[in-house]
Design a protein around this ligand. Structure first.
Ligand code: GLU
Length: 230
């Protein structure tokens, strides 16, 4: 089982993400990573380390990651060896980053389709197809929520997802089917995580997502669509 943590608020999020990952270490993992939107530089700052969360903490201490919105992950490899290249977050180009817990069963078919469309794969994971699919849809709609909505229609298997884009630094789009994900509700801030334990230091108010839910997580607003789109 891997761990997902995400945060959007009015303060620096990297310490919250790292503390959340530490609190999810009990689930087991082989690598850890985070991606934060540095809005002053208009770029996604991604860090990944093979091994312990502490290696990621050391990396961020040595060279701080600034930003008020980000996603983080501890990986339990299912497709591809434990390595930095296979660690999450995965990115499509420089502008979209994604964390995933679960297994995409039809990833080979999707990978062939995406390769034919010109996407280059940087990892051996099943996960990477998801971020390129999001990018492909985002190219058409320029709307991350719509891009994730279209993407999950194509996925067979299990997933909990957190997705961000530097082109819209106001929101995390999250979704779940077959893997756990909760929303933490703070004061003028929101969080996502695989388990409430990850978010205990920052909130005690939670929304437990149901199968098929799609969520737009903003600093001061949370919107959830169920599997029927309601
Ligand atoms: N299947 C994905 C991978 O191998 C996600 C694994 C996980 O849930 O940590 O990268």
């Amino acid at each position: 089982m891997c761990g997902i943590v995400g945060a959007v608020g009015d303060r620096e999020v990297s310490a919250i993400l790292l503390e959340g990952l530490k609190r999810l270490e009990y689930r087991g993992y082989d690598s850890a990573g985070l991606a934060v939107i540095d809005s002053s530089a208009a770029r996604i700052d991604r860090r990944r380390q093979l091994g312990k969360v502490q290696a990621l903490v050391d990396d961020v201490e040595a060279s701080p990651v600034d930003g008020r919105i980000g996603i983080a992950h501890t990986r339990w490899a299912t497709h591809g060896v434990p390595s930095e290249a296979n660690a999450h977050p995965h990115m499509s180009g420089e502008h979209i980053a994604l964390v995933h817990n679960g297994i995409i069963e039809n990833y080979e078919e999707l990978r062939d389709e995406l390769r034919a469309a010109g996407y280059c794969f940087q990892s051996q994971t099943d996960t990477e197809v998801i971020v390129h699919l999001v990018e492909q849809h985002f190219r058409q709609s320029n709307d991350l929520l719509d891009a994730v909505r279209q993407t999950i229609k194509r996925l067979e298997g299990a997933y909990a997802l957190g997705v961000i884009t530097k082109d819209d630094p106001s929101r995390i789009i999250a979704a779940r089917a077959g893997s756990p994900l909760v929303i933490g509700v703070g004061i003028n801030e929101h969080f996502i995580a695989s388990d409430v334990l990850a978010l205990r230091p920052v909130t005690d108010r939670f929304v437990f997502l149901e199968e098929g839910d799609l969520v737009e997580v903003k600093q001061s607003k949370l919107t959830i669509w169920d599997a029927n789109g309601d």
